[in-house]
Design a protein around this ligand. Structure first.
Ligand code: SF4
Length: 320
């Protein structure tokens, strides 16, 4: 894994906001990770943990407060216009809510063709049409859908249109920001399977944000777990499920329901004490300290650093 080309290098990234009362909110606080060519990195955490802000800051959609984000070696937050235009072709996004992210009165054709036109991908109108129709078929829709308005489609179909739009410029990288959380449970697996198929076929690199570990399990090669603006664990997907190290990851995994009642009884549940503290006033030391059943004195004063506990398995916890 480590020898593969790094698409993104995220180093000590910080994104702070100030509230109207001038309070500082550390949405992303000293987060570092790399994303390698052809892999899907899942980032998981409860709402408010900073995962979407982290993704958006990596894409330059919001300014950073500190740290660095490199895309193929170039600083995302210091690109000139030409570099940024190229970046918007190579990096595309699938949004959380397909109802809000697509204009309901636009024709599907227009939506998918827009990127092709902006980036002059087709030589002529005929080639543009061919590309749009191929994209529709690639995402499980058909040619007849091109002439319809977005409001005629279901949530799952709209998300397929959103995926076709993202792929229209032939990107290298796809940022999927909770792309299934607004969809019916019955549709979620279809969209995940579609994204996995497209990722393989087109050798895409993906960052996949989700609030639930069960969702990212199948799609991710590696998973990062975030808690209150911090990355607390990062490792291969199989390692995380087989041997979670951070007490927060252990609690998240133990909360995933198991269909088999016998297996479910055998599973040890890790109960979390208290609620997620306010990000405006996070605890000193380890941010998880107030909810952790292993909390020690040092945890209340010293913020744990990320350490590699086995090859490719990083944890920020004083237990290691
Ligand atoms: Fe728990 Fe301490 Fe580890 Fe934080 S650093 S997760 S409080 S054991």
């Amino acid at each position: 894994m480590e020898k593969r080309r790094k698409i993104f290098e995220v180093k000590h990234l910080q994104k702070y906001y100030f509230t109207q009362q001038k309070q500082q909110l550390k949405a992303v606080d000293d987060v570092s990770f790399d994303i390698y060519e052809g892999e899907t990195l899942g980032i998981v955490g409860e709402s408010g943990c900073g995962k979407t802000t982290c993704g958006k800051t990596c894409l330059g959609m919001v300014d950073k407060t500190g740290g660095e984000v490199l895309f193929l070696g170039k600083d995302v937050h210091a690109m000139n216009r030409k570099e940024h235009f190229e970046f918007t072709k190579k990096v595309q996004m699938v949004f959380q809510d397909p109802y809000a992210s697509l204009d309901p009165h636009q024709k599907v054709y227009q939506i998918i063709a827009e990127g092709i036109q902006i980036h002059k991908i087709a030589k002529n109108k005929k080639e543009e049409e061919k590309l749009v129709f191929e994209l529709l078929e690639m995402v499980g829709l058909n040619v007849e859908h091109a002439a319809r308005n977005v409001h005629e489609f279901s949530g799952g179909q709209r998300q397929r249109i959103g995926i076709a739009r993202a792929l229209s410029v032939n990107p290298e990288f796809l940022f999927c920001d909770e792309p299934i959380s607004a969809l019916d449970v019955s549709i979620q697996a279809q969209i995940i399977n579609l994204l996995m198929k497209l990722q393989k076929e087109r050798n895409l690199t993906m960052l996949f944000i989700a609030h639930d570990l069960s969702i990212v399990k199948h799609i991710s090669d590696r998973i990062g777990v975030m808690y209150l603006g911090k990355m607390v664990e990062l490792t291969r997907s199989d390692m995380l499920y087989a041997n979670p190290k951070h007490p927060y990851t252990q609690a998240l995994l133990s909360a995933i329901p198991i269909a088999d009642p016998d297996e479910s009884k055998k599973k040890e549940k890790v109960m979390l004490a208290g609620d997620v503290p306010s990000p405006l006033n996070p605890p000193k030391g380890c941010r998880f300290a107030g909810r952790c059943q292993h909390c020690m004195e040092i945890c209340k004063t010293a913020d744990p650093n990320m350490v590699e506990v086995e090859e490719g398995h990083f944890v920020a916890c004083h237990l290691y």
